[in-house]
Design a binder for this molecule. Structure first.
Ligand code: NAI
Ligand code: HPV
Length: 412
């Protein structure tokens, strides 16, 4: 039912999945949100749908799959926060067409990933994972065979974005040569050089590290053919997404010895939460560093992410601003104290704005401020008006009746 007033903040239900930092809860509390539920793990299937369908705001990390089906049941949901970088776990288009902006934290954990990757490059080049495993079993084999400094060796970075560039800078500080491959033209930092092609990078690198997002083009982009191109004995690091590397092809190359070692942080299927079993064809190799998707899991990164994404969600909920949303037209809005703010999200088809303006002029309501942004599929128009709850409520009902309307919200 259309509420007569702006939806009361104390009734807004926030559900945060996957052990999101307490910092996020503090941000919501400080902003006057009282119903914040923090869950330690991801949910799936009916459990997820049940939880999401009662929520106005959800926060997730990389594991929770917010599919079109989940969104179809999320009648109350106004916004989604990905407390991480990747947004591949959300059906962004389905969210957009349901009028739900999605936010993420594009920078806060990049340094943490870069540090881990550089440390792993050193460990792999020294053969430490297998030496460590042997010592744990009571063995001792002190030898320099197969152990190398990283200084003077070549690191190949696939995906030279926020993380890839930082990995390159740190690796150069250790005296490594840095090559990169990206689908976009990228400014090289330091002495890093763009490889002539992916194959060129693979043929020249002692360590190859992947920093691409999950997209249709990167899914299984690293398979037997790419591994075969790598130098014999070279090392592979994957802290991007588990779907990027053909894990069976990697296992076969480790088995044959063509790959000298690997560090893998992300897997095609990951456990839903701590304490759940982890299975991988890579567990049998001592020369593989396996980590439970912790590239971005430092206290520093999680604290910053908690604050950053929660602030974006609060701002959208309180004020309607969609600045930095990943699936939505971006509108930055001023404060609206003293006026009623009406948010109208619609399919981007001709005539919607003129019908909205006709409605306001017919009702004799003066618009103090109007903000509009569109993208290929969706239009987002925000109107600040001097009004009463009764008039705003009537206007909202009329706006909902305009063809192409996806959702309206009222803030005051
Ligand atoms: N293991 C972990 O805990 C973490 C993993 N990640 C993963 O790392 C990914 C990268 O993060 P950022 O560097 O911040 O992203 P970014 O968007 O700044 O950089 C990604 C780069 O990959 C390039 N790229 C895209 N498709 C490509 C392709 N087919 N071939 C070559 N290059 C391609 C892009 O042009 C861009 O330069 C994230 O999307 C996420 O999946 C991010 C943070 C933590
Ligand atoms: O930021 C990302 O994309 C990551 O992969 C980190 O994911 P997480 O928050 O650790 O589940």
């Amino acid at each position: 039912m259309t509420p007569l007033t702006s939806f009361p903040k104390q009734d807004i239900r926030v559900v945060l999945f996957e052990g999101i930092s307490q910092r996020a809860v503090e941000v919501f509390h400080d902003a006057g949100y009282r119903q914040v539920e923090l869950l330690p793990k991801s949910l799936t299937g009916d459990e997820l749908i049940g939880k999401v369908s009662g929520a106005h705001i959800i926060g997730i990390r990389s594991r929770t799959q917010v599919t079109a089906e989940v969104i179809a049941h999320a009648r109350k949901l106004i916004t989604i926060g990905c407390f991480c970088i990747g947004t591949n776990q959300v059906d962004l288009e389905a969210a957009q067409l349901a009028g739900i902006p999605v936010f993420n934290a594009p920078y806060s954990n990049t340094r943490s990933v870069a540090e881990l990757v550089v440390a792993e490059a050193i460990m792999l080049m020294r053969g430490i994972p297998q030496k460590n495993a042997e010592c744990h079993r009571g063995g001792w084999s002190k030898s320099a065979a197969g152990s190398h400094e990283v200084r003077g060796k070549t690191l190949g970075i696939i995906g030279y974005g926020h993380i890839g560039t930082q990995v390159g800078v740190l690796a150069e500080a250790l005296g490594m040569h840095v090559l990169f491959h990206d689908i976009e033209a990228k400014l090289s930092l330091g002495n890093a050089r763009a490889a002539a092609s992916l194959d060129d990078l693979l043929e020249r690198s002692d360590v190859v590290t992947l920093h691409v997002p999950e997209t249709p083009a990167t899914r299984m982009m690293f398979g037997a053919a790419q591994i075969a191109r790598m130098k014999s004995g070279a090392h592979l690091i994957n802290a991007s997404r588990g779907t990027v590397v053909d894990i069976d092809a990697l296992a076969a190359a480790l088995e044959s010895g063509h790959i000298g070692g690997a560090a893998v942080d992300v897997f095609p299927v990951e456990p839903k939460g701590n304490g759940e079993p982890f299975e991988s064809p890579l567990t049998r190799f001592d020369n593989v560093i396996l980590t439970p998707h912790v590239g971005g899991s430092t206290l520093e990164a999680q604290d910053n992410i908690g604050a950053e994404v929660a602030a974006k969600l609060v701002r959208y909920s309180d004020n309607g601003s969609t600045l930095s949303a990943v699936n939505f037209p971006e509108v930055t809005l001023p404060e609206h104290a003293g006026s009623h703010r009406i948010l109208h999200i619609h399919r981007n088809v001709p005539g919607v704005l003129s019908r909205i303006n006709e409605l306001f002029s017919r009702e004799g309501v003066n618009i103090n401020g109007q903000f509009l942004r569109t993208d290929a599929k969706v239009g987002y128009v925000v109107m600040d008006i001097a009004s009463t709850p009764e008039i705003t409520s009537r206007l909202r009902a009329a706006l909902n009746a305009i063809e192409g309307t996806l959702r309206t919200r009222v803030l005051y």
